[in-house]
Design a protein around this ligand. Structure first.
Ligand code: HXC
Length: 262
């Protein structure tokens, strides 16, 4: 990624791990349309790069992951059409992140509010620092979440808990977020923890990871029976890979498997 120039983010590669850092310190990393577009470009580059096996998404500095959509920009929206456009554009970026066929981990230090929490929700899992603050304060600004929050949050933590957060707009700390399943891990060293979890995931067969994500994603909208059919199809695809042959052979040989993503 060396040749790339982004204004509001940084994309680093550490071997098979990509780290995408939102960096707009003057606005606590708030997402203006330029930053959103850059995230979309970065996600596309990661999707095209066969050397990348996992992604950590974080915010620069300790104060904020991302403090939401950029409120100065939001304040200029004054009609149904511009609002809808902004929402659809942001949703598309979040969907492309969510659809990446590799594990994605949000590393949350400080504030993850509004569109910032929605960005974290588009990742597979979330790691938070003990001082993280998470919430969807949109109703207090006279809008609603528009980057997928009304859909992803209830699917993740259940409608009752989601409606509490959405209707009050209150912020939750890391421990409460952990208790409600909004974050997966709380750590004093969230980036190290995120890397540790990424490494654990990357020890598994990459095609299995992609198929698991696909099964969970496609099944979310279906009956259990329909979801099971998808699972069986994808299971069949996994069995046809050489990594499956390697994984089972390694077990029987009592050694670590060497997966090739084939
Ligand atoms: C633009 C922002 C911002 C934001 C902070 N800043 N959040 N600018 N958009 N979302 C700017 C402040 O204006 C300020 O700029 C600087 O960052 C530091 O922030 P402070 O407010 O001075 O810091 P502090 O007092 O510590 O408060 C931190 C905070 C607060 C609690 C996080 O900044 C805050 O409430 N931010 C807004 C959070 C929010 O409502 N997010 C949801 C947005 S709606 P200056 O120039 O004064 O130094 C949304 C909708 C998504 O996300 C869907 C759209 C379709």
């Amino acid at each position: 990624f060396d040749e790339l120039e982004f204004s509001n983010l940084q994309l680093d590669q550490h071997g098979p791990l990509a780290v995408l850092t939102i960096n707009r310190p003057k606005a606590l990393n708030a997402l203006n349309t330029d930053t959103l577009a850059e995230i979309g470009q970065a996600v596309d580059l990661i999707a095209e790069n066969a050397d990348i096996s996992a992604l950590i998404l974080t915010g620069a500095g300790e104060k904020a992951f991302v403090a939401g959509a950029d409120i100065s920009e939001l304040s200029e929206m004054n009609n149904v059409y511009s609002g809808r456009e902004l929402s659809l554009g942001g949703q598309e970026v979040m969907q492309s992140l969510s659809n990446l066929p590799l594990p994605t981990i949000a590393c949350i230090q400080g504030f993850a509010l509004g569109g910032g929490l929605e960005l974290a929700l588009a990742c597979d899992i979330r790691v938070a620092s003990p001082h993280a603050r998470l919430g969807l304060p949109e109703a207090g600004l006279g809008v609603i979440p528009g980057f997928g929050g009304t859909q992803r949050l209830p699917r993740l933590i259940g409608s009752g808990r989601a409606l509490d957060l959405l209707l009050t707009g209150r912020q939750v700390g890391a421990e409460e977020a952990l208790a409600m399943g909004l974050v997966n891990y709380v750590s004093d060293e969230p980036l190290s923890k995120a890397r540790e979890v990424a490494e654990q995931m990357m020890r598994n067969a990459p095609i299995s990871l992609a198929l698991i994500k696909e099964a969970v994603r496609r099944g979310a909208h279906l009956s259990v029976e329909e979801g099971m059919e998808i699972e069986a199809d994808l299971f069949g695809m996994a069995v046809a890979t050489s990594d499956f042959a390697e994984g089972t052979r390694a077990f029987l040989d009592k050694r670590r498997p060497e997966f090739k993503g084939e």
